[in-house]
Design a binder for this molecule. Structure first.
Ligand SMILES: Cc1cc2nc3c(=O)[nH]c(=O)nc-3n(C[C@H](O)[C@H](O)[C@H](O)COP(=O)(O)OP(=O)(O)OC[C@H]3O[C@@H](n4cnc5c(N)ncnc54)[C@H](O)[C@@H]3O)c2cc1C
Length: 302
């Protein structure tokens, strides 16, 4: 039943027409629990509230299905405005970007030009930028773009997904760049040819990449809501005496709010992934796919 629901939500997440209707009619079905407002001003209020609670953020301007260069450029301009606004505040705020929203599927030239604009502004304001990882078809290109940009910009990171078969090899190839990586299980529907499908196998690979990256001495964001992975990480850092300044836990805005605050109280750095914007439908459907029980609950958000 849960697998079926997951597939339905992932299928819906790719529906362009529903996404456009979502934009037109605004937040529905409790989406505001996971999305910090429709615009920068609303998002900043939420971020300030999180900051007062000791929670850092990485902010994402929601955007899917970019069809042409003008839309990709506009998405980049939106990011630039966000960075400038964040730069005026004294907040522990980073940003996250999806390369498809900046023109990845249009051309390398467009996406690179947009990324350079974002990174130059981010550099001026000392704001770190993480390139989210999307589906496996875009993984190779995303990593190539990351490597290219990392040679010029130091405050840039990307994401590695534990479910992909290629992941360990990717980490070995990234080693040369001393990368700051966010490690996740992986959120997209992938075929068995490219990804593990058994939860236990994904969890084992997740633990493996957490250990490799931390023990290689690189900054690591462990992005999960899974208590067993969080406990594993805590034990690992104790065992190898890894300083708290070398890692952080990341969780999604609106998910496991009590756990976010508890980790922060325990002295761990906690950063929330905070999306905002009117293109909410695809993001919301992926959250439902990860944890279909969310479709039937409506807990108060932070
Ligand atoms: C900060 C952040 C950034 C991410 N960036 C990316 C990215 O760039 N690319 C990508 O592919 N994926 C990304 N993801 C998503 C990730 O890949 C997983 O799909 C997602 O985190 C769910 O996996 P999990 O590790 O939380 O564990 P799961 O195996 O999904 O869940 C384990 C347990 O955690 C608890 N739990 C999980 N979700 C919820 C929930 N919604 N509500 C309540 N309890 C819950 C439940 O107890 C569950 O049994 C990101 C996730 C986070 C937190």
């Amino acid at each position: 039943m849960m697998t079926m629901l997951r597939d339905v939500f992932l299928f819906l997440s790719k529906n362009k027409r529903l996404s456009m209707l979502g934009k037109k009619y605004g937040f529905r079905f409790g989406a505001s629990r996971f999305i910090a407002g429709k615009n920068i001003a609303e998002a900043i209020q939420v971020i300030k509230e999180l900051d007062r609670k000791g929670l850092a953020v990485t902010v994402d301007c929601l955007g899917e299905f970019v069809d042409n260069e003008a839309e990709a450029n506009e998405a980049a301009s939106h990011m630039v405005r966000l960075i400038k606004t964040l730069g005026k505040e004294s907040l522990d705020a980073e940003i996250s970007v999806k390369l498809t929203s900046l023109g990845l599927d249009l051309s390398n030239e467009i996406v690179l030009r947009n990324m350079r604009r974002i990174l130059e502004t981010a550099e001026q304001h000392q704001i770190f930028v993480t390139i989210d990882m999307e589906d496996s078809l875009r993984c190779q290109q995303t990593l190539q773009i990351y490597k290219l940009l990392k040679s010029t910009f130091k405050d840039i990171g990307t994401v590695i997904q534990a479910y992909l078969h290629r992941t360990i090899e990717d980490m070995q190839q990234l080693e040369h760049y001393s990368p700051n990586l966010r490690l996740v299980k992986g959120a997209y529907k992938e075929s068995p040819e490219v990804a593990l499908s058994e939860k236990q196998a994904i969890d084992e690979n997740f633990k493996r990449i957490i250990e490799i990256h931390l023990r290689n001495g690189h900054y690591t964001a462990i992005a999960t809501h899974d208590d067993r992975i969080i406990e594993y990480t805590k034990q690992l850092v104790r065992k190898y005496q890894i300083p708290h300044s070398q890692f952080e836990f990341q969780l999604l805005y609106g998910v496991r709010v009590d756990r976010q605050l508890e980790l922060s109280r325990q002295g761990y750095k906690v950063r929330l992934y905070v999306p905002f914007g009117d293109d909410w439908f695809g993001y919301y459907m992926r959250r439902m796919a990860e944890y279909p029980a969310n479709a039937f609950t409506n807990k108060k958000r932070l």
